[in-house]
Design a protein around this ligand. Sequence first.
Ligand code: NDP
Length: 330
Amino acid sequence: MTYVAEAKRYDSMIYRRTGRSGLKLPAISLGLWHNFGHERPWDRQRDIVRRAFDLGVTHFDLANNYGPPPGAAEENFGRMLATDLKPYRDELVIATKAGYDMWPGPYGEWGSRKYLTASLDQSLRRMGLDYVDVFYSHRFDPDTPLEETMGALDAAVRAGKALYVGISSYTAAQTREAAAILKSLGTPLLIHQPSYSMINRWTERDQLLDTLEEVGAGCISFSPLAQGLLTDRYLQGVPEDSRIRTSHFLNEDALTPSNRVKVEGLNEIARRRGQSLAQLALAWALRDERMTSLVIGASSVGQLENNIAALGNLDFTAEELTEIDQFATE
Ligand code: NDP
């Protein structure tokens, strides 16, 4: 059936400004790392993306290597654009990245201009797009001059292939340097994408949000549900269709006794607040207004809806935050 977007799609989503840029992002964005490869039923993928857009999720986060196989998520998203979302292109913020292993040989990963430029061209072809809204350096490359990596991002903007640029998983010190180079080139750093969750708080130790505020960039954290650990997914065992069973990026070793204690403690706090554990984890990760957005994953429409409903209660008392800190540890 022809897709027509929900008329009320902008009624309840919260949009936050990305650093000191002109761009606003939904507080919850959808990532296509898992659940959008060729092994997943097409109808389910399409239903998740349609529902997301209908709920005001304007931002979709991809990378060259998302699949499986690598490239498949961009192909599938391109198909959805062609069938459903093309009429809404100007309402969408589509991001892609390059940095991890994508093709054989010395030019298929890391941060050279050669790799980043070729990879972005491939991503655009897979998605059937003229440009992406955000192009990221997916990881810091210790062996390539940062001037070259940032120069490639700037060149992508000048070539009209990207509107904004971002970096992912750079430390605060690397971020400061990258932002200064980009500024000197005339293409400001829009956003940083680090990992962050109740059980992964490296960005706090690194004072990344302070650094981003200093340079005027936004922050969009990935895996805020710790790939599903901070949900009710594993409270009663390991379901056959869960990420632990279907992906090698998460395994049963993560279900340590100490993690179980944390998850059960947090689940109890969530219950008292009338939230699911996932909703608590998302509301908590958004408690600092400088957190522009969270990029979540969802393997079903139900999960997506549950997660977006977290935005209904983002307030915490000081007592709740103190109690959460007893369990929200690494
Ligand atoms: P999450 O921490 O949000 O984990 C998503 C998984 O949690 C889902 O696939 C599902 O697992 C489970 N889940 C989600 N919602 C619920 C719910 N309400 N109830 C129960 N279970 C739930 O994020 P991801 O790890 O998927 O990462 C999100 C995005 O971040 C990626 O798609 C990607 O765009 C980006 N990312 C970026 C990286 C980078 O280097 N820049 C690295 C990693 C991710 P299940 O499949 O078991 O149902």
